[in-house]
Design a protein around this ligand. Structure first.
Ligand code: FES
Length: 617
């Protein structure tokens, strides 16, 4: 409690501290104020489509510590007894009775705030494969004519370090560095079989850094880490430039097959953009490229092959075979990446042609791979990879969910930017929209279109088959299938009617049907039903922000109590960082592969029936 009633005879109002996690902000509130008021006071935007009237159920938070007013009738309707017991509350209803700590799940945070909590530090013991060794050599003179490498090796022997391997790119730097730095250097030594390999030559005061990259089909995220502490120094993101050659990996493979230099072009574009990201990270952290002595890159199998310069033709043709599934170490200089002269890029193992190292990284970061109770872990993207862990075994598959959740192929689709509708509520008295930044609506981002379809279905405006009820006053005729008027032109930020079309609903049906069918087929393989799922992990940018209730409502996810779901953000990026700072994590990644049974959906006898069912809303 911050203050007491009477100090020096003056009345001072009691205030309670409200700690808002994971954003790490604090507000002081007077009695009677709600958690939503507290969040607003602290500048934390909680999703509140109904403006705090208790009607939308979107402002969900969880009490971690402290005392709140008892649940209101609205909350008793919104939550199960189990959820209430676990501390789930509506921020607009609950009022602090003491100092409290609350946890705001990603789905209850507005987009700009979510981005702040993305990319949280991973908690693994720091043990990178590259270590620094500081050495000072006896300068060369006419009576001591040992070569630079022999001189260096002899100095290392004094520290009981065996002779390392020197590759040509490092040798190109070594002699000049020794002389410029008065024969004192920090050698970056990488574990290489029983003997180390020198991968960089630095000044003794320069820290060794590492680069972790998650290359998605649409976006790339890069992180610069200090290899001694494991801390992230800078992070940056960019669109994947390969989009110009196809929205999904299948069309990019087709492009590579059609053009003699197609594969090289797609590789070159990726490397160019990665070099831009590296420049940006170095500027931000005030470091030089030569300090980055190791990198880990994760992506799906096709991206992995493009990046590594491997053939992709066989990935695009049945039976969709990966050229390699084992982990690879590739010299950054062979790829044209601007890192330390001898730096290696570690590419973790792939699972199959359409389940890649990014999924392995996600399983590693979430620990889903060793779950004993049935656990589903999926990463929603243009391609959605799904794993079901049970009793230490993993069943994995991949399904083509398309780019609808990225806003592509949606009439008013847009990326999550100011003015994008994030949440939708449709009631008899009208339509309420919440947009990013509170701006007038101009389009729908992934979570917005998902919410819109769920609300249209709940309001009975869309039928199970995806058809509109033609007699609703907001249904207009549009392109043969009709459209729902979400906001008239006069209320939008671009003077265009904001519509959800029949085709949009169909795109969502295809996407969600593919995801649900993937989950159901894995359950069939494991002899389980959806109700057996103990934990349902949703990773990836879109998956983190979607409204779980909407996803359940349209049948994309099975109907499970909300507390069984975990929305974990960019877990592939976290897994890549773990493998960057820990050799042990690389060993664990190899173990994950051993436990996987890959299930090819296209030939699974139950898939077509399950998929047709899963398309219904
Ligand atoms: Fe709390 Fe709508 S803001 S229920």
């Amino acid at each position: 409690m911050e203050n007491q009633q009477h100090l020096s005879g003056r009345h001072v109002e009691i205030q309670h501290k409200v700690d808002l996690e994971p954003v790490g902000r604090r507000a002081l509130v007077e009695p009677g104020m709600t958690l939503l008021d507290a969040a607003r006071r602290a500048g934390v935007e909680i999703v509140a489509v109904c403006g705090g009237a208790g009607a939308c159920g979107k402002c969900r938070v969880r009490r971690v510590d402290g005392e709140l007013t008892p649940p209101t009738p609205v909350e008793l309707r919104a939550f199960s007894a189990l959820e209430l017991a676990a501390g789930h509350r509506l921020a607009c209803q609950a009022r602090p009775l003491s100092d409290v700590k609350i946890d705001i799940p990603p789905a209850s945070l507005s987009t700009p705030q979510r981005l702040q909590v993305e990319g949280q530090e991973s908690e693994v013991a720091v043990d990178p494969v590259v270590q620094p060794v500081d050495v000072t050599l006896v300068p060369a003179n006419l009576h001591d004519l040992r070569s630079d490498t022999v001189r260096l090796t002899d100095a290392l022997a004094e520290q009981a370090i065996p002779r390392p391997f020197f590759d040509q790119p490092v040798l190109r730097d070594l002699s000049a560095k020794l002389r410029e730095q008065d024969w004192s250097v920090r050698l970056a030594l990488r574990r290489h079989n029983h003997r180390g390999e020198a991968v960089g030559v630095l000044h003794p005061e320069q820290a060794l850094l590492g680069l972790a990259v998650d290359v998605g089909t649409t976006k790339m995220a890069a992180y610069l880490l200090d290899l001694a502490s494991g801390h992230t120094l800078a992070k940056a993101g960019l669109m994947n430039p390969q989009i110009a050659y196809g929205e999904d990996v299948v069309s990019r493979i087709a492009h590579a097959n059609r053009h003699s230099d197609g594969r090289h072009l797609l590789q070159a574009r990726l490397i160019e953009s990665l070099n831009d990201l590296i420049d940006q990270l170095c500027r931000e952290a005030g470091v030089i490229h030569a300090q980055i002595v190791e990198a880990v890159v994760v992506g799906n199998t096709a991206i992995h092959h493009f990046f590594a310069g491997l053939p992709v033709r066989q990935l695009g043709e049945s039976p969709y075979i990966a050229a390699v599934t084992e982990p690879l170490d590739i010299c950054a200089c062979h790829l044209g990446l601007k890192l330390a002269s001898g730096a290696k890029v570690y590419l973790p193992p792939n699972i199959a042609g359409y389940v890649g190292a990014d999924h392995v990284a996600m399983l590693l970061a979430t620990d889903a791979w060793r779950a004993q109770k049935p656990t589903v872990a999926l990463d929603i993207g243009t391609n959605t990879e799904i794993s079901l862990a049970v009793d230490g075994q993993l069943f994995s598959c991949s399904c083509a969910s398309g780019p609808a959740f990225e806003g592509a192929h949606i009439h008013a689709g847009m990326r999550a930017a100011p003015g994008a509708v994030e949440y939708v509520q449709i009631r008899d008295d009208g339509v309420r929209l919440q947009t990013i930044g509170g701006k007038p609506p101009v389009g729908l981002c992934g979570s917005g279109i998902l919410d819109a379809v769920a609300e249209l279905r709940a309001a009975g405006i869309v039928q199970r088959t995806g058809r509109f009820q033609p007699d609703h006053p907001r249904i207009i005729s549009w392109d043969g299938g009709g459209a729902f008027l979400l906001a008239p032109a006069a209320d939008t930020g671009n003077n265009h009617d904001l519509l959800v079309t029949r085709r949009d609903v169909n795109e969502i049906q295809l996407a969600k049907g593919a995801i649900r069918a993937g989950v159901e087929v894995l359950l069939l393989e494991a002899g389980l039903t959806a109700q057996d799922i103990d934990t349902f992990i949703v990773a990836g940018a879109f998956g983190t922000y979607l409204d779980l209730e909407s996803a359940i409502h349209i049948g994309m996810f099975p109907s499970l109590p909300l507390e069984r779901f975990k929305q974990v953000g960019n877990a592939a990026g976290t897994g890549a960082r773990q493998m960057l700072i820990s050799a042990e994590q690389r060993r664990l990644a190899a173990q994950i592969i051993e436990r996987v049974r890959y299930v090819e959906l296209t030939v699974h006898p139950g898939f077509t029936t399950v998929y047709m069912d899963a398309m219904y809303l």
